[in-house]
Ligand binder design. Structure first.
Ligand SMILES: [Zn+2]
Length: 375
């Protein structure tokens, strides 16, 4: 175990005193090896790709304890930016390990190793986001993605979050637990439900296109890991909570807000699914059960979902796998005793078994009458 400084999840809002992406604490990290700009964990490797040595010279005597330096960035001096980058590698490693250990503990087996690369795709502009990539062609193709089991790419950071009257924090994704957890969530989806049937595609021809169910599941996994519905509340605090771009999980988001189709944003549509899952988790907890009861049925449901054996990579097989109701069916199969609670919460968001996303959306917009008439 190595001493490390990281941002632990912080449920507080900014008005309650939250001033950064998390609560700065020292913890013990299970690290196998520390290189000049990477750390190797039992379940993942995390690497800063921008060149230069981060983990040599001063500071290593204190393990992996570095000053986050308010995110570093272009306004910071060289020493502060180096410390911020070192902190970013360690913080991303901690949240990757924490997420993968929680998930594999509930699944009862490990997931394939994950590679996390920081400072990617910055040749032409700064990038404050992240994505999950598999090697392949088509939408979201990324020539830099080479690991068949999947990789997380994080930008080096872009822009600032104002933290108080004069202070500001550089938006470095590796410092932000919510961004790291969301991308690890996609790795969980890929190796359980496999919404895009990538296991039927050759290793070098995977697809990176993500559906709403994938984005929403990654968001609810993030909410579980951070223990808050306002997963992006720190860096999106300027977006009101009633705006779906905030992506706060909320009972207000129902299938009536689902767009779907070519013009729908899978992240915004995914918020409906994530919100319904969060409501279901609260409903399960209200019975006196531990919240991990819901987390387990979600993960076992994802795994059951991925266990079917379609005849091939057909349009129909892929289309069916977009439907929230199909994942819901697998979740209630995983824990029949909790099914009534999960189904009741989902129904409040307009999600019912055996109905496509578009039909659920149409029914919700018509106040549920159409679905009742068809049933
Ligand atoms: Zn995503």
């Amino acid at each position: 175990m190595t001493r490390a400084a990281v941002y632990l999840p912080d449920r507080r809002s900014r008005s309650e005193g939250r001033s950064g992406p998390g609560r700065l604490e020292e913890i013990e990290l299970d690290v196998l090896e520390v290189g000049s700009a990477h750390v190797v964990l039992p379940e993942a490797t995390v690497r800063d790709e921008r060149g230069g040595a981060l983990f040599t010279g001063d500071g290593l005597g204190r393990g992996l304890v570095f000053d986050p330096s308010a995110g570093g960035g272009p306004m910071a001096d060289a020493a502060a930016d180096r410390a911020a980058r070192a902190f970013g590698v360690v913080n991303a490693a901690f949240h990757t390990q924490r997420a993968l250990r929680y998930v594999s503990g509930l699944l009862g087996h490990p997931l394939p190793r994950l590679l996390v690369r920081i400072g990617m795709h910055e040749q032409t502009r700064r990038w404050g986001g992240g994505h999950y990539r598999l090697p392949g062609q088509g939408v979201g193709a990324d020539p830099d993605a080479t690991s068949p089991a999947g990789e997380v790419h994080l930008g080096g950071g872009a822009g600032f979050v104002a933290t108080s009257g004069t202070d500001r924090h550089f938006r470095a994704p590796a410092h932000n637990p919510a961004i790291v957890c969301h991308e690890v969530g996609h790795h969980v989806c890929r190796h359980t439900a496999d919404f895009r049937l990538n296991r039927l595609r050759p290793p070098g021809q995977q697809t990176n296109k993500k559906r709403a169910v994938d984005e929403g599941t990654s968001d609810v996994i993030t909410a579980i890991l951070l223990d808050t519905a306002d997963i992006y509340g720190w860096h999106r605090h300027r977006i009101p909570e009633y705006d779906r771009r905030r992506r706060k999980l909320d009972p207000r988001w129902t299938m009536a807000h689902f767009q779907g189709g070519r013009h729908g944003d899978p992240h915004a549509d995914g918020t409906v699914w994530a919100s319904a899952c969060w409501s279901a988790r609260q409903r399960v907890t209200a019975t006196g059960a531990d919240p991990t009861r819901f987390d387990t049925l979600l993960l076992l449901g994802l795994e059951l979902f991925g266990r079917d054996n379609p005849a091939g990579l057909t349009g129909d097989a892929l289309r069916e796998r977009r439907h929230f109701s199909r994942l819901l069916a697998a979740m209630v199969e995983a824990d029949p005793a909790m099914a009534p609670h999960v189904l009741a919460a989902m129904a409040e968001h307009g999600i019912h078994l055996g109905v496509s996303n578009n039909d659920l959306s149409r029914a919700a917009r018509m106040g549920g009458s159409r679905l009742a008439a068809d049933a």
